[in-house]
Design a binder for this molecule. Structure first.
Ligand code: ACO
Length: 327
């Protein structure tokens, strides 16, 4: 019997402050109606100074560890998927390791934009297949509000802050992560770009004047690529596991835009109740979006052992991928 990785605990944390679409109307020339109909977003959670990336990550981790009944000192590895770390060094993973007191855990951050959580899950899965007793904490955590140009209506209405975590270990049972497929295409990187942390272009007057410290996006192009890439990654997962579309019980797609999620659902011919959506509450939380979905679904009891789960994400880089698992 082969070893598989299973999720034994999930957790999530979002900042307290909710910013509604109505509030966005006072910041930029937009409307609740435009944001709702184009994106499905109704509100987002925005961090204050104390709600740093590592704070949100640590809070989500504590909840996941609690659910898993795993002590921080028993963790072997912490991977944080993020593109908005507190600082380049130390990594968010090291900050979390220290906060938790996870003394024996190795720790590193992984950058794959909105696909980071699936990349991190895939890396954790590889470790566990070779060392099934390992306890790995995988987190997706972002404070995108800090890299958003609050004067650019094309982007500022889309994003939110938050973190989600999962504790992973090995099992000989016939469930857990069944397949992972990861992809990247650096030739399209300019379509969704954040230059603020460049070593070549450190924040300074010229960078600030050009607005290069903020996320810049060619929305329509990103939309087209996102739908196509996520469908391809989803179909790879179906094929690898010999699943039909009907075999999927839950789709957890990256929550960027409800239209992208529904397009994907339609292309995969999934009924609405199989498609998990919470983008209306949180906006696009990048690496945190899928683990927040997983945690919400887990805590509301809709994930039943044996359910077949398909996770699909797309993000800057471009990066995209899928993870199929049996709960
Ligand atoms: N309020 C009002 N009007 C707006 C706003 C706003 N917040 N933002 C843009 N507009 C205007 C534009 O200026 C444009 O006006 P114009 O025609 O006078 O030039 C008009 O609305 C239409 O703009 P489009 O870009 O064509 O609108 P579209 O229907 O494509 O929706 C959106 C824009 C929501 C950004 C869409 O393209 C999208 O969702 N793209 C994908 C974004 C995404 O998912 N990014 C992240 C994925 S990867 C990651 O998560 C990091």
């Amino acid at each position: 019997m082969s070893i598989r990785s299973i999720i034994i605990g999930t957790g999530s944390c979002v900042p307290k402050r909710v910013v509604t679409n109505k509030e966005m109307e006072s910041l930029v020339d937009t409307s609740d109606e435009w944001i709702r109909t184009r994106t499905g977003i109704l509100q987002r959670h925005i961090s204050n100074d104390r709600e740093t990336n590592s704070y949100l990550a640590t809070q989500s981790a504590r909840k996941a560890l609690d659910m898993a009944s795993v002590l921080p000192q028993d963790l072997d590895l912490i991977i944080v998927g993020t593109m908005t770390p507190d600082m380049p060094m130390p990594s968010v993973a090291c900050l979390v390791q220290n906060e938790l007191g996870a003394k024996k855990a190795a720790a590193f951050d992984l950058y794959a934009a909105c696909t980071s959580f699936l990349y991190a899950l895939s890396v954790a899965d590889k470790f566990i297949r070779f060392a099934p007793d390992m306890k790995v904490l995988v987190i997706g955590s972002e404070v995108l509000s800090r890299v958003i140009n609050w004067k650019d209506r094309n982007t500022c209405v889309l994003f939110g802050d938050g973190a989600g975590a999962a504790v992973i270990t090995g099992t000989k049972e016939d469930r857990g992560i069944l397949s992972t497929h990861l992809h990247a295409d650096g030739s399209l990187g300019e379509l969704l770009i954040l230059k603020g942390l460049d070593v070549d272009l450190p924040p300074g007057h010229s960078t600030l004047e050009k607005g290069q410290q903020y996320i810049q996006m060619q929305g329509r192009e990103v939309f087209k690529h996102a739908v196509k890439a996520m469908e391809t990654a989803a179909r790879e997962a179906l094929e690898a596991n010999k699943w039909n579309e009907d075999d999927v019980d839950h789709l957890f797609s990256h929550q960027a835009n409800v239209r992208i999620i529904n397009f994907l659902g339609e292309r995969l011919r999934l009924s609405q109740e199989k498609i998990f959506i919470n983008v209306h509450k949180y906006g696009n939380t990048s690496a945190a979006s899928i683990p927040i979905c997983l945690d919400e679904a887990n805590r509301t009891g809709i994930l039943i052992p044996g359910h077949r789960i398909l996770m699909v994400a797309f993000g800057g880089g471009f990066t995209w991928g899928s993870v199929a698992m049996c709960w």
